[in-house]
Design a protein around this ligand. Sequence first.
Ligand code: APR
Length: 320
Amino acid sequence: MARPKIALIGAGQIGGTLAHLAAMKELGDVVLFDIAEGTPQGKALDIAQSGPSEGFDAVMKGANDYADIAGADVCIVTAGVPRKPGMSRDDLLGINLKVMKSVGEGIKQHAPNAFVICITNPLDAMVWALREFSGLPHEKVVGMAGVLDSARFRHFLSLEFGVSMRDVTAFVLGGHGDTMVPLTRYSTVGGIPLPDLVKMGWTTQEKLDAIVQRTRDGGAEIVGLLKTGSAFYAPATSAIEMAEAYLKDQKRVLPCAAYVKGAYGLDGLYVGVPTVIGAGGIERVIDITLDKDEQAMFDKSVDAVKGLVTACKGIDGTLA
Ligand code: APR
């Protein structure tokens, strides 16, 4: 059977890391696409030359023509401009909306059967716009945010408790950014919910609140340190986890920016929710009952996403 084809739209920091990870995990052959001439070709060649030492079989190709993504099984989109220090994800809106238009049209024409994972920020609005421009089924277009946000939460929690990150689970909802909603009662260490760990004296509510805030600010903390760009190792790893779930029909339960219609009382909006990813794409949105405080935080997050979508419609009349 032919290897799956993975198209990476955007060959910058995240795109290059995605290509390297996809190759090392032998998820398929990789096409790196970018408008910058030479960059995708150079990265593809460099990664291909790591193959003999690493021992993977994958064809790596760089491209500046959408025709080269033809028939892709998975497209991961990072094309656009990343945040600079002091910029919010929302500042990126106008610039990256134009990019989503060209990417959406390219995917529509050349890879209409792909599972599409969007990483470009501001995430919840960009994945919505990409779906609109591409016209693909909603269950085949998804945004990567929750896997990364929960990975950050798990990392900070593992440091606080002095336990393996593997034994920490985390549950986050809502938009990607300042309004994200980490749900502590569904986040656990070895199955023990965080509020119980507070009662057991493993940590304090104040420390937990600080960890939640650090998780919300997780991207900005890295932007502040790097100064010339935003995070790329963990974002790429998170998207590869989602791509693998689709390609191998793993039925993974992963938090993603998915199209929600009906669940959570929403009438058609991309927002972070727990999902099941398998060969059908987003096969299920897991609808949980929120308590009063959680619902208030979720509503605030949903309003922020709706505001961005409205702003997109104001910028590009074809989306209205
Ligand atoms: N089509 C294709 N590629 C494009 C386009 C376009 N219209 N416009 C820009 N690009 C390419 C750039 O040439 C660059 O190589 O997108 C790439 C983006 O790479 P980086 O600037 O290194 O950004 P990166 O760190 O990979 O982040 C990409 O992900 O997390 C988000 O906020 C982040 O939106 C940003 C995206």
